[in-house]
Design a protein around this ligand. Sequence first.
Ligand SMILES: *[C@@H]1O[C@H](CO)[C@@H](O)[C@H](O)[C@H]1NC(C)=O
Ligand SMILES: *[C@@H]1O[C@H](CO)[C@@H](O)[C@H](O)[C@H]1NC(C)=O
Ligand SMILES: *[C@@H]1O[C@H](CO)[C@@H](O)[C@H](O)[C@H]1NC(C)=O
Length: 225
Amino acid sequence: MHAVRSLGLALLAAASCVSAGPLAKRAAAYYDPNDNGGSMLTNAGDGLGEPLNVIISGLSSSDVLTYDGAINYARAIGFSTECLGIHIGNPQSANLGDGNGWVNQTVEIREDYGDASLGTCLESLIGGNHFRIFVQNGTEADSGALFLAVSYEEDVSDGHDIETNGYDIGRDDLVSWALGTTSYGGVTYSTTAENVTGLLSAGSAGINHDISIDGIVTLLTVTIQ
Ligand SMILES: *[C@@H]1O[C@H](CO)[C@@H](O)[C@H](O)[C@H]1NC(C)=O
Ligand SMILES: *[C@@H]1O[C@H](CO)[C@@H](O)[C@H](O)[C@H]1NC(C)=O
Ligand SMILES: *[C@@H]1O[C@H](CO)[C@@H](O)[C@H](O)[C@H]1NC(C)=O
């Protein structure tokens, strides 16, 4: 009994040692960008921004948090990389409070409409769900988490603007596609979700296209099976 308790304490001590030292990398779900000069809104270039309304937890399987791993996961849940040849809009930047300052998005990913090569071209023409990925990996807040600005667009004839409620709708659609078991390219994922409040404010202050949001951020934890 005593030996078991000692072992438990030793493990606790080891765990707190890890979270305090340089090995703290990948030991947190995410850090709030607001705590260190960052923002939960991107910079869309016009003084306004899009909400970072989905976070893929730093406690996810580490392969999901790499560039190639994130793209494979995106494909598993119904997205693909942006259609080559049709480029709409400029990249946006985000400051995740990790010491890296304002950094351009890593990649923009669009709903693939069931065909990983042609589908995103279709999405570029008729609208749909898309997201931009930012990585929280600076030395001051190195969670490894992926922050996603997810939105649902109207079709190109409407100037590809975000639909009314398009940020909340985009988030909820992405989450509903991601939840549970998904797979792509021989990798099987299990995804759970949790809503977080207090990171974003409800309302439309500072939000691009003057679209109101409910202020909820959904935290996804993705485990490779
Ligand atoms: C971000 O993208 C913009 C537009 O393409 C570009 O002008 C700018 O140099 C980029 N910034 C960085 C830090 O790469
Ligand atoms: C942080 O992530 C970006 C985007 O994937 C990558 O270009 C950069 O090399 C990463 N930095 C570190 C220190 O891993
Ligand atoms: C998160 O909030 C959205 C919007 O209110 C809701 O539809 C969804 O069911 C919630 N998800 C969880 C995991 O609580």
